[in-house]
Design a protein around this ligand. Sequence first.
Ligand code: ZN
Length: 114
Amino acid sequence: MGEDGNMVLEEDKVLPRLFYGGHQLPSPMGGFLMLLGVRPATTGAATVLFECSASSLRYTLSIPKSTPKERSEVKKLQQEGEDPDCPRHGAGARLVRAGNELVCKLCGVSYGRV
Ligand SMILES: [Zn+2]
């Protein structure tokens, strides 16, 4: 159970891969997880909130902050005058400005500075 009464999804490799791929996530209680929202953290990481379609329990998935490699790839594209996409969500998930940060709306992670 998380701090706000939500269930915390175990960290594994499958769920983040499905999430970044834009696929539906299976729920631990059966059914699937419906995306409710993304909450960026001040650390540059984020939390994604889901509701289980079968049990209505709410689950959170922690999204790790960007790696130095991801940040340098984004920076390189910026310097080349390109509009970078999210390194995890891939083509079509354009990073957007949020204050000084360059963030992905889908995962809430900051990948650089404007
Ligand atoms: Zn993303």
